[in-house]
Design a protein around this ligand. Structure first.
Ligand code: SF4
Length: 224
């Protein structure tokens, strides 16, 4: 079992793992073996990412880093796969990219307008259960349409957990994320981690309590 998260010291960062724990995945490895994992395109991407990190460390917002990464890679055509709930934010992001000379295609998560029930989603699991039908998120459609448009890099803006996984699975172009959806924390999911040992200790008991939370949502739906 790998448990880098609980390593007492990031020995790999310092270049000497002789004192690293027994589970250390760097032990028994070699630079050659690790580099074999990267083809030419991967290496170009790794160098571009390193330049964005090293040359501009702490100076660029993520929006700027995405543009810098695209420039380093020679990408001109950017795809934006966004959540309909963040359309206003997506519009500003697209305007910024275009103002900086990029060609941009953007696709809403509800593209295709397919009813959720056709995917086998029960009406009780709709966001708005009182409605007779609800349109599903279509991340495979987003990814494949952006690929067909010729996008060289796809950027996710607020896709749901799992929908983002499907987008990444279906996208032929590399994918990066501008915003990860968190409806409770204003799309700042790491805030849950920062408060896990204070206000949000309940995080440690989520699995035990998840059915109660689902019941609360159901009760709320019926009260509305
Ligand atoms: S790779 Fe080894 S040294 Fe690095 S964090 Fe993991 S266990 Fe620690």
């Amino acid at each position: 079992m790998f448990t880098c998260s609980h390593c007492k010291n990031e020995f790999c960062y310092k270049g000497d793992v002789s004192e690293a724990p027994a589970f250390c995945p760097t032990r028994g490895s070699s630079a050659d073996r690790e580099l074999e994992r990267y083809d030419e395109e991967d290496r170009k991407m790794a160098r571009a990412a390193a330049i964005v990190e090293g040359r501009y460390y702490g100076m660029l917002t993520r929006v700027e880093e995405i543009m810098e990464f695209a420039l380093q890679m020679g990408y001109h055509h950017i795809g934006v796969g966004f959540c309909g709930g963040l359309m206003a934010e997506a519009k500003i992001f697209v305007d910024i990219l275009r103002a900086n000379g990029f060609q941009v295609d953007s696709i809403d998560c509800k593209n295709g307008s397919v009813e959720k029930t056709l995917m086998g989603v029960d009406q009780n699991d709709f966001v708005h259960c009182e409605r007779a039908d609800e349109r599903m998120c279509n991340p495979a459609g987003q990814a494949e349409k952006l690929d067909a448009a010729g996008c060289e890099l796809n950027v996710l803006v607020g896709l749901c957990v799992g929908h983002d996984s499907l987008f990444i699975k279906h996208s032929k172009a590399p994918v990066t994320v501008l915003a990860a959806k968190d409806r409770v924390l204003g799309h700042n999911p790491i805030a849950a981690i920062y408060t896990a040992d204070s206000y949000r200790k309940s995080l440690y008991h989520y699995v035990k309590n998840r059915e109660k939370i689902a019941e609360l949502k159901s009760k709320k739906d019926h009260e509305l």
